[in-house]
Design a protein around this ligand. Structure first.
Ligand code: SF4
Length: 360
């Protein structure tokens, strides 16, 4: 059996397991499939003592021969005492490194998990450490679920959500991310509500339109970062593939089916995208929509990299944006003090590996 091709239980819903069992000639009904998945993805498998003995035999016997439950290895776990973020660096069976972050929510004892969708990223956003790594490969749904499970199982409270905002562009790995969302939101899987899962995209137009057509319940965020075409192309090279008008039309298609507010993310960079020209361009582009704008401080570890806006610059930007009359939410990308902001752990580990190799 080729381990790369072996179906992984973490990537399956009960219905997927049932279909797999039928193909593999294992007798299973949907109730047993549900109980099996609830046990496989349970926080504490012993919470499911009602798994009958014959099912245990199926689970650990016949199905074990045609599926795998391999876990990710935790390479590093970094806690930032200042903000409570816990960043995980995982190693997949093929050696690939990815990250996930446990993020404390305002409500004490509640957390969400930021998940990666790819090893590296092909989008090449100029302010992003992951973008500089380039793309190695897409993550499988099971790897995203395994990362979620590990972070959730170690959380000192309730994990009630997941955001695909880690390494990678989720819509560049559309099918596996949607499958991970199915498993995470299944009552016998990750057991989080579908609308507590958020997918963030840099604006891949065909996928936004497909997502709107398919009517998924997960929240969608489009990271705009600039509404001025030339500047956006310079910051997010992928913007060269789709015009501002195409992005705007795709956002409108999604907003029409999602009905609630459309969230736009804005990575704030000092002296780059905080001016009146940006506010005017954003108003012309999407000012007629019900919007929410998430402002995210840039995290660029390079000496000569992009800088965070000063408090004064940020305040001025917020004042300018207030004419749009939309909720403005400052999103915090934690772990910066420990080299653990987005993309930084994997970049550090790769640098460490390279140094070790050089030293051999
Ligand atoms: S910001 Fe997101 S989409 Fe852009 S390069 Fe980084 S990981 Fe990829």
């Amino acid at each position: 059996m080729n381990p790369d091709l072996t179906p992984h239980l973490f990537g399956m819903t009960p219905e997927d397991l049932l279909a797999h069992a039928q193909k593999a000639g294992v007798r299973l009904d949907i109730g047993e499939a549900r109980r099996t998945m609830a046990r496989v993805l349970s926080y504490k498998p012993d919470e499911h003592p009602n798994v009958r003995r014959p099912l245990r035999k199926t689970l650990f016997g016949e199905l074990a021969q045609s599926t795998t439950r391999a876990e990710l290895e935790v390479v590093e776990r970094v806690t930032d005492d200042n903000d409570g973020f816990v960043k995980y660096l995982f190693r997949s069976p093929d050696g690939s490194l990815t990250e996930a972050v446990r993020i404390p929510l305002h409500k004490p004892g509640h957390f969400t998990v930021c998940l990666s969708s790819q090893v590296g990223c092909a989008m090449g956003c100029v302010f992003c450490a992951t973008g500089r790594l380039g793309l190695t490969r897409n993550l499988k749904a099971w790897e995203m679920v395994a990362a979620f499970k590990r972070v959730r199982d170690e959380a000192p409270g309730r994990v009630s959500g997941a955001v695909f905002m880690g390494q990678g562009e989720p819509f560049h790995n559309y099918d596996e991310v949607i499958q991970a969302g199915r498993v995470l939101s299944n009552p016998c899987g990750g057991r989080i509500s579908a609308d507590m899962i958020t997918i963030s995209t840099v604006g891949l137009v065909p996928q936004i339109r497909r997502y709107a057509r398919e009517g998924h319940r997960h929240r969608l965020i489009v990271s705009l970062t600039s509404a001025i075409p030339d500047k956006r192309r310079a910051l997010l090279p992928v913007a060269g593939r789709f015009s501002m008008e195409e992005v705007s039309e795709a956002i409108r298609e999604y907003a029409a089916v999602a009905k609630g507010r459309m969230t736009i993310a804005w990575v704030v960079m000092a002296g780059v995208n905080t001016g009146q020209d940006e506010v005017d361009a954003l108003r012309d582009l999407l000012g007629d929509l019900k919007l929410r704008v998430n402002l995210i401080d840039v995290n660029d570890a390079r000496e000569d990299g992009f800088k965070r806006a000063t408090p004064t610059e940020l305040k001025d930007f917020l004042n300018r944006l207030s004419v749009l009359n939309v909720p403005l939410v400052r999103r915090y990308s934690g772990g910066r003090e420990k080299h653990a902001a987005c993309g930084m752990l994997a970049a550090h580990q790769l640098a460490k590996d390279a140094t070790e190799l050089d030293g051999e």
